[in-house]
Design a protein around this ligand. Sequence first.
Ligand SMILES: [Fe+2]
Ligand SMILES: [Fe+2]
Length: 308
Amino acid sequence: MIGPGPVTPDGMPAEEPVLTLAHLSDTHLTPRGVPFNGLDPEAALDRALAVLRRAGDVGRGPDVVVVSGDLTDTGDPDAYRRLDDRIRPLAPRVVYATGNHDLRTVFHRELLGGAAAERTGPVLQVHRLPWSRIVVLDSTVPGGGHGRLDPTHLAELSDELAAPWPGGTVVVLHHAPLPPPSPLQTFFALERASRSALARVLAGTDTRIVLAGHQHLAASGTLAGIPVAVAGSTAVRTDPLAAPGHERSHAASSVNLVRLYADTVTVSVLPVDDAPEVFDLDPAECAAVIARYPVTPGPAGPPPGTSG
Ligand SMILES: [Fe+2]
Ligand SMILES: [Fe+2]
């Protein structure tokens, strides 16, 4: 047995994230009984959430669930409530963003409440947590499918980010500030001017990662050198390799697992599928594997703080 828990090959303790977020997007819940592209989006959501419920059962549930817009397909108030009923039990904190398929006023009333419920313009949501600040933008254009960040909204963001926050900031918006993967996504993208303006606002701030959706495809990139992670839809997946000019989609789903460490951020894409289990080693079995690989000190010798 090698100590009370896993260690690195050079004898350092396992690294633990200071914050774990489950990032979902584009749930597209419809009024009861109404399909979404021929699919049942509620059943698809339940399959995705099963991934998180299983994690919770073994004490690995997320600290925060982020759902980055297109929560509903047509802004049905009951769909927001059904979504919240499912998501809320999964983590101590839940963060929602508006998407182009949401109705801003209904979203405000059903999910934000309070003074925000009366607002008709974009609301800058700021969640100040002990270990991170999560700032949510509204990139929607009422009546439109594309994304835009208006200057007043960006000014609010700039004011908020002027003072850094312990642990840094996670920025969430629906329309991904990355090149789109398909023809329709190209037309319905975040306007390039907004992408550039967002980059200018975020540059030099304590923003650690930008989380987005809308593309229905898990993707990653950078904006002003800051990591950007896009979560796929829980209902459908855009095919980025369809024939030129084609918009093709598959009934497939994924969930992103975003882990913030003291000095880095990792994003893992978890496909929602019925892949058969290959193995599940318990701690003793892991130790038995490790014991077969004795480690000798490297050229630099043992790490600081260790003996020998
Ligand atoms: Fe969507
Ligand atoms: Fe969208």
